[in-house]
Design a protein around this ligand. Sequence first.
Ligand code: EPU
Length: 345
Amino acid sequence: MKIEAQQSLKDYNTFGLDVTAEQMIRVRLDSDDYRNRDISELKKILKANKQRLFILGGGSNMLLTQDVKGLVLKNEIKGIEIIRSFKHCVHVAVGGGENWHKLVLWAIKNKLGGIENLSLIPGTVGASPIQNIGAYGVELKDVFVRLEAMDLKTGKVKTYYHQDCDFGYRDSIFKRKLKGKVLITRVVLRLSNAPHKINTSYGAIQKVLAEKGIQDPDIKAVSDAVIEIRSSKLPDPDKLGNAGSFFKNPEVSATKYKQLLKAFPNIVAYHLDNGKYKIPAGWLIEQCGWKGKRIGNTGSHAQQALVIVNYGKATGEEIKAHADRVIKSVVERFGIRLTAEVNIY
Ligand code: EPU
């Protein structure tokens, strides 16, 4: 494990922003190191370190508006392994640095179900619990068993079970109390053996399956449908820099929803179990005229207004300024303040 100085992060964030890390270490524990807890080298480095630490996974949910001071820990811990088999499911342990979509493809190839609806989500497995990734009716928490994470101060590895993680919508304890304090080394997921519980509750999936004439979809068919939907709406970060949904979908009270419905009869909203209503941020942003609008090097995506894109030469500050413009106009028109889903540095 060596320290690299003045490392460009351009290839390590999906917005493609060319900022520099003062120092960077690629954390590459192999599974034997890991099993033996022989992580003394990393511990030593962390112990000696006096600088600010910054954890980088796939950089797919991050807006870097400035150079990163201090030491970047790039999670490159690999390994996908079935560690326990039960009658109807298996427990799979995955290194935090594995690519999420690679894991989904591995699961489908091995006929293991549960994460097919989460196909094509960019980023690493270690980042997936942080914001409890979710799409098409499934969230990470639905398959999560436990994770192991290293305390960056003490170097100790601790296990966090489901109840310890305090999962919420695009939220967990790792986004709040433990933010920047731990490195997620390994995640254990529960994947099902056939027969799988197929989730096609989402209208868009049903539509694609119907178009293909598939009546009894398997996990591969669901994954293919999700890939098709995502590819049609969400820009490929290799071609057009972006970090997926830039904002969270806001929740409003029933009273606020009634007021909105009166003023905007065509409003889109989902009734939640807690009595509140979730309004798609994409709809709010589109209503404010931002969909497909470009300003300089950045703008709101033409197929999905919730995504902010880098047309190639944008700086993080320009993107942030665009996000602020969007927030301001949504507040003015709807009285709702959008909050960022991406982490802003
Ligand atoms: N809509 C618009 N205009 C737009 C975009 C959306 O009017 O430009 C309205 C439409 O009515 C549409 C509704 O919003 O029916 C919902 O849109 P979509 O199905 O695209 O989902 P979303 O709520 O915009 C969320 C997640 C996505 C996830 C999809 C599918 C958040 C912040 N985003 O988007 O996650 O893929 O649902 O489950 O919850 C991500 O987190 O990066 C991400 C892409």
